[in-house]
Each structure stands twice: as structure tokens, then as C-alpha cells.
Design a protein around this ligand. Structure first.
Ligand code: UN1
Length: 496
């Protein structure tokens, strides 16, 4: 057997091994016997070098004309598009989700890269009036400095692109640390950026553990910006570390998203949405539709159809085009799911399907778990309150729109919500009342597009948004510029 491929860090334009001399394994969650490759188990020394490189590169990158930065991103987007199929296949192997979805993940990175490339010729500020004569006022966006980007394993190319591309187009330099479960897709993205002509030191990749690499990144004095996507628990620590040092900090954390189905809904459509929103990506999306609140008049019918569809899902290796749901990311995640299923049973929720590991044959080699639905849930049960991040959906009966909204909002998170109805009044009322950063009508809670802001309220985020022009607001700072051409001292607020 050929020795496994060893993947290196990318620091100051060079592919280098870690000072630690150690590596970690990247395994296929559908077949733990398949080693994807060995990645650098980086030390704080590697992180320091990467930050120093980014700090040095910032001096010229911040003054590179944004359209020129955009040209590099356009090239990167085209390379990603050319390599989409190969990157998707590698992503399925390291992450487990089905090929159709990993193609979507790469596509989301392509979309984001083209979008931000175009921003190179916009990055609009404002021109405005002055209260004084012969005075001109405008705002311009300024880059901030070195950004530390810490990304999760569930969207291993898309989410890094949400952070890298706006950071770059605004003129920042960066160090990215991808999740240890899925470093290859981020590696591929960084390699594309290198090929596209990003100057040395502007983009740096350091792989390794959150404790070591992540900590060093968020506490280092030369890092000005930290963007983190992951659990609320870790997000709180990131936030505290940043607060003590006044770093800009963007957090995208947990969700407990709800689909609300009213009695006038198109039930076929609602069932389609619940299956896709609940079991797509094996439920491992922050936007996953992990709760479904259904009007009691259609509750039985909805649940029967939903359960039948979940039972029929084909689970397996995502490279098989007939498979509809892949494995969980790792054994720890599967144990979490198992623990929650026990919690649900003990709380008195009705287990309608699934609730067990899948065994035998190829299932024994991976982290497979059956699509699971709990019925007759009380909205206050832990399985209806806490993020599980697996293929477990809690169905809750309700008696109308107002109660559905109350249940929907009755969690600590606020990422995404959705309503199935044919009544436009109900749709607009729910749109106004739902306390989530994303809201869908007649579609599930997943499926955000790159040109709209992405993020959530309450314990999902800290007020920032990713994607769209909202991301530019995070990766730049406003500078207000006043030009006085009156040739005399004019005092604002006084000489009026
Ligand atoms: C995530 O849930 O972690 O809206 C990101 C969606 C995808 C992104 C999801 N475009 O579901």
C-alpha cells in the first residue's frame, strides 16, 4: 500500500511542515479504514509564523487596488468551477455528506468568490452633504488587519469561503484554521487561491487542534479580527478572549430551527421540506430543521407521511449516487445523538422511527445512524430545545399560528425558521414576528444564498452577518472623511 499523503501548512507562500513534527489523521466517516491523508498538528510556533507573515503581507495588500484583488478572486472562482467535481468527491470522502450536497458546498464557494470578486469594483461608501458651506463629506471602507478564521466541518469549503473572500476583497490578510475532521477541502481552497495569484503571506493555512491553534489565534496581539463558526459553548470562549483584547469578533453558533406547518399548507410540499431540512447533511447544519410544529388538524396526516418518507431514506456512503443520507462526522457526534435519543425517550416523546445505529455490512465501518423522528413532543423538552446536530427531528403539535410562533421563538437560538401556508396574511405576520435572522415561506429552514446576509439572533450570533454586503461591514471599518475647501476655519455645530 502506498504511504498516506502528508498535507502541509501554507505559511508565507510556502507549503511547510509543523514545528511540532506531528500529524493527525483525516478519516472517511463512511469508512474509517480509509485514510484521506495526514495533516499537520500545528504548534503555537507555526501560528506565530503565520500571523507574522500575514502582518508583513498586509502592508502591501491593503493598498493593492480592490479591482486587482478582485481579479485574483475571479481567477480563483474559475479554478474552483473547473475543479468542482473532483473537490466535491474529496469532500464526500472526508465529510460524508452525499455528492449532490458536496457539489452544492463547492458551488457555494464559487458563488461567494465571484460575488466578492465583483465587490472589488464596488466597495461602495457614501457621499453626503455638510452642514457647512464649501465642505465635502464621504465615507470609505478601510481594511482592518490580520484576520483569524476558525471554521467547522459541516461546510468545509463554503464556510471558509464566506470568511476568506470578504476578508480579502476588503484588503485584510488572514490565517485560517479548518476543523480537524475536514481539513482537505479548505486545503484545496487555499491551493486554488495560491494558483490564482494571491501574494505570499496574504492567505495562510494552519491545521491542528482548536485548543492549541485556535487559542493562539484568538489571543495573539497582532490579530485584529476573529471570525468563528461552531458551537455556542466554544463561541462564548472566543467572544471572551476577543473582548479582553478589543478584537472584532463575528460568531455563528447554534440553531434550533423550526418549520411551522399550518392547516392550509400544501402538505406534500411541507413533507418534502421537512425531509430535506431535517435529514439533509444528516441533520448536521446549523440551519437544520430540527423542529416541526404542525397544526393539530393536519398533524396525524403530516406525521404519517413524514415518518414514511424518513423510513424510506437510503443511508450509506455518499459517493453512491442512490444514497440520500450519509454518516455522522465521527463517533463523538454519534454518541451525542444517541444520548439525545435516550433523553427524548425518557422525557416521554414518542419515538416514531429510527432511534438506533445502523449495523452490519458497510454500516459497521462508518458512523451511521438512522433518520429519527420523535412525535408528540412538548416544546420544553430538551430534544425540542437543544441543538443535537444529527438526524433527529422533534414534531410538536399546535393549535394555530400564534401558538406556532410562540413555540418557534421559545428557544435560546435564532438562526432560521419557516412557515408553510397558503395564506399571505399569515406569511407576513410570521415574517414579522419570528426572532430569527433567516425566514422562509413555503421552503425549509436550509438553503441560504450567498448574496443575502447569513446569521442569527439571540445565542446564535453576536449581531454580525456573513455573506452579502453585510460581510463587508464586518471585514472593514468606516472612515469618515471631511474635505473643507472654504479656505477658512469652519467649526461644526458652532458656525451654523
Ligand atoms: C450551516 O448550516 O452550517 O443555508 C450552513 C444553508 C447553507 C449553509 C448552511 N447554504 O443551509
Amino acid at each position: 500500500m502506498a504511504p498516506p499523503k502528508v498535507y502541509k501548512n501554507f505559511i508565507n507562500g510556502e507549503w511547510v511542515v509543523s514545528a511540532s513534527g506531528r500529524t493527525f489523521e483525516n478519516l472517511n466517516p463512511a469508512n474509517r479504514n480509509e485514510l484521506i491523508g495526514l495533516f499537520q498538528k500545528s504548534s503555537s510556533q507555526d501560528v506565530d509564523q503565520a500571523i507574522a507573515a500575514a502582518q508583513q503581507a498586509y502592508i502591501s495588500w491593503k493598498n493593492t487596488p480592490p479591482p486587482k484583488r478582485g481579479e485574483i478572486l475571479y481567477r480563483a472562482a474559475r479554478l474552483l468551477a473547473e475543479r468542482k467535481e473532483g473537490f466535491a468527491e474529496l469532500m464526500t470522502r472526508e465529510m460524508g455528506k452525499v455528492l449532490e450536497e458536496t457539489r452544492g458546498d463547492v458551488q457555494e464557494a464559487i458563488d461567494m468568490t465571484f460575488y466578492m470578486a465583483g465587490e472589488g469594483r464596488r466597495l461602495f461608501g457614501q457621499t453626503t452633504t455638510s452642514e457647512l458651506p464649501n465642505k465635502f463629506c464621504m465615507t470609505v471602507r478601510s481594511p482592518i488587519g490580520v484576520c483569524a478564521l476558525i471554521t467547522p466541518w459541516n461546510f468545509p469549503m463554503a464556510i471558509p469561503s464566506w470568511k476568506i473572500m470578504p476578508a480579502l476583497i476588503c484588503g485584510n490578510t488572514l490565517v485560517i484554521k479548518p476543523a480537524t475532521d475536514t481539513p482537505l477541502s479548505t486545503y484545496n481552497l487555499v491551493q486554488v487561491l495560491e494558483e490564482a495569484g494571491v501574494p505570499r503571506g496574504v492567505v495562510n493555512l494552519v491545521t491542528g487542534a482548536g485548543g492549541e491553534v485556535g487559542n493562539q489565534l484568538m489571543t495573539h496581539g497582532d490579530v485584529r479580527v476573529v471570525s468563528f463558526t461552531g458551537s455556542t459553548e466554544v463561541g462564548r470562549k472566543v467572544s471572551e478572549a476577543c473582548a479582553a483584547r478589543f478584537k472584532h469578533c463575528c460568531l455563528e453558533m447554534g440553531g434550533k430551527n423550526v418549520i411551522m406547518v399550518l392547516e392550509d399548507a400544501n402538505l406534500d410540499l411541507a413533507v418534502d421540506g421537512a425531509v430535506w431540512g431535517g435529514f439533509g447533511t444528516t441533520g448536521q447544519r446549523c440551519t437544520a430543521s430540527s423542529r416541526v410544529v404542525v397544526h393539530k388538524h393536519v398533524y396525524r396526516e403530516f406525521v404519517d407521511r413524514f415518518v414514511a418518507r424518513a423510513r424510506a431514506l437510503k443511508v450509506g456512503n455518499g459517493l453512491d449516487p442512490t444514497v440520500q443520507m450519509g454518516p455522522l462526522i465521527n463517533e463523538a457526534q454519534r454518541k451525542t445523538v444517541e444520548a439525545y435519543v435516550e433523553v427524548g425517550k425518557n422525557e416521554g416523546a414518542k419515538l416514531l422511527c429510527g432511534g438506533e445505529r445502523l449495523r452490519d455490512g458497510e454500516y459497521d465501518r462508518g458512523w451511521f445512524y438512522a433518520p429519527t423522528i420523535f412525535g408528540d413532543c412538548d416544546p420544553k423538552m430538551r430534544i425540542a430545545q437543544e441543538e443535537i446536530f444529527g438526524p433527529v427531528v422533534s414534531v410538536i403539535p399546535c393549535d394555530g399560528l400564534d401558538q406556532a410562533i410562540e413555540i418557534g421563538n421559545g428557544v435560546v437560538y435564532g438562526l432560521s425558521s419557516s412557515l408553510y401556508t397558503r395564506n399571505i396574511n399569515n406569511a407576513f405576520k410570521a415574517m414579522r414576528e419570528m426572532e430569527t435572522g433567516i425566514f422562509y415561506v413555503n421552503a425549509p429552514t436550509i438553503g441560504a444564498e450567498t448574496h443575502l446576509p447569513f446569521g442569527g439572533t439571540k445565542q446564535t450570533g453576536n449581531g454580525h452577518r456573513e455573506a452579502a454586503t453585510a460581510a463587508l461591514d464586518f471585514y472593514s471599518e468606516w472612515k469618515s472623511v471631511y474635505v473643507d475647501y472654504s479656505d477658512k476655519l469652519q467649526r461644526a455645530q458652532i458656525d451654523t
